[in-house]
Design a protein around this ligand. Structure first.
Ligand code: PMP
Length: 443
């Protein structure tokens, strides 16, 4: 706090009014809108460690973390220093730099199945490229995705998508041609039989199965035991590629992402991986990586075209490299511990108020789902997510916001903590939970 509140108007309300006149919905990504929870989104002036300060001078404990990238908290001094040093050397060249190779090597050392990697600027580009590669490699057209999984705003992947598509209750997006939509098959998550059925019917036409390694865009819905391994088995059996989308989980849920928690132990890997968020440390970097024989199909080696003016941008690459180099096992241990405390105490507060709920989690990612069905059985797929008492979330969110806690403005998004969430920051959140749980109970 203490920053002069000036950015885009004198208050968040003024800034938002001005923004709405010139930016659709006043936001540059729908997930930032407050439609699902009500009220005006705070306009951020600055962030430091676990805190955000808005243009009104209010401080919040941030539980969104830029939707994932802020693994070390905001404005980590060593990351900022790396960015400043890179910026002083030039903002971008459109020619190769050594730091790009270093970032790719950092990724490969953590997920060896990413034998070759191409850097892009957004997760959307990464999944789009992964699909194109899978189609080129297999000579097939169809793609299988799971309901409630979000893979960016690629036309073919907007069917039954999570994240903002779920928050806005859209079955899919307008503007996607029928021809493109017809090439995507949507299967319920955690349902091996349904997938077997799809392969039995269309197996010879399926290029790839794409999945969030652990879904966190319909709220958190962890893969059941062995589910990802079944995807591996079925794709091998039918000659399709398996694309594990780790844009969100990659290098956030652990040193080697979700693969490090599951595939490493079970002894398998996907054909292609997509990464984003943490590998840019808050600046635009994402990546697609995987089997050498598949990746070698990319131009200029092969016929699959993919390119980007800003790909591997030196300032963004510096932020990602500094972030990953600081992200050692102690960082992940702290994040796991902090997430565990929040999960436990949120559940305790809700139980105290008699709110039936399930605090769902995958690694350090978690989200609260409400209602007797969620409480009894947990939530295993998107249909079950849609049957929860999600309206209770708005009241919970408003109460937290008033107490200075910035939780995701949607019941269908994961909560994120960082290694900078120290005991003081956690205490502030814990103190806000009882009132928030009361609000959820009364909703
Ligand atoms: N895949 C997953 C799993 C994601 O969570 C996201 C973004 N939330 C994306 C892809 C798309 O990434 P981007 O927003 O950088 O395009």
């Amino acid at each position: 706090s203490g920053e002069a509140p000036t950015v885009g108007g004198r208050t968040s309300a003024e800034a938002f009014a001005r923004a709405q006149a010139v930016i659709p919905g006043g936001v540059n990504s729908p997930v930032r809108a407050f439609g699902a929870v009500g009220g005006t989104p705070p306009f951020v002036a600055s962030g430091s460690g676990p805190y955000l300060t808005d243009v009104d001078g209010r401080e919040y404990v941030d539980l969104v973390g830029s939707w994932g990238p802020a693994l070390l908290g905001h404005a980590h001094p060593q990351v900022v220093e790396a960015v400043q040093a890179a910026a002083a050397r030039g903002l971008g060249f459109g020619a190769p730099t050594v730091a790009e190779v270093e970032l790719v090597d950092e990724i490969r050392s953590r997920v060896p199945a990413a034998e070759m990697v191409r850097l892009v600027s957004t997760g959307t580009e990464a999944t789009m490229t992964a699909l194109r590669l899978a189609r080129a490699h297999t000579g097939r057209d169809l793609v299988v995705k799971f309901a409630g999984c979000y893979h960016g705003h690629v036309d073919a992947l907007l069917a039954s998508a999570g994240s903002g598509v779920a928050t806005l209750a859209l079955p899919d997006s307008a503007g996607v041609s029928a021809a493109v939509a017809a090439e995507t098959i949507v299967v319920p998550y955690n349902d091996v039989e349904a997938l077997e059925q799809v392969f039995a019917t269309h197996g010879e036409r399926i290029a790839a199965v794409i999945t969030e390694a652990a879904p966190a865009n319909m709220g958190v819905v962890p893969p059941g035991p062995g589910f990802n391994a079944e995807l591996r088995r079925l794709t091998v059996e039918h000659g399709a590629l398996l694309i594990q989308d780790e844009v969100l989980t990659g290098f956030r849920v652990g040193y080697s992402g979700w693969w490090g928690l599951e595939g490493l132990r079970e002894g398998w890997a996907a054909d292609l991986y997509t990464f984003g968020k943490v590998i840019g440390g808050g600046l635009p970097v994402a990546a697609v990586g995987g089997r050498r024989d598949v990746m070698r199909r990319l131009a200029p080696l092969g016929p699959v075209y993919q390119a980007g003016t800003l790909s591997g941008n030196p300032v963004a690459t510096a932020a990602g490299l500094a972030t990953l180099r600081l992200a050692d096992s102690s960082v992940y241990a702290r994040i796991d511990q902090a997430a565990g405390v929040l999960r436990t105490e949120l559940s305790r507060a809700l139980a105290t108020e008699g709110v039936p709920h399930s605090v769902q989690w995958a690694g350090s990612l978690f989200s609260a789902m409400f209602g007797p069905a969620a409480a009894d059985e947990g939530v295993r797929d998107y249909a079950a997510v849609q049957a929860t008492e999600s309206w209770r979330y708005a009241a919970l969110h408003r109460s937290l916001l008033e107490a200075g806690v910035y939780a995701p403005p949607s019941p269908f998004e994961a909560w994120f903590v960082s290694a900078a969430h120290d005991d003081a920051a956690l205490d502030r959140v814990l103190q806000a939970f009882p009132d928030a749980a009361r609000a959820a109970a009364a909703a």
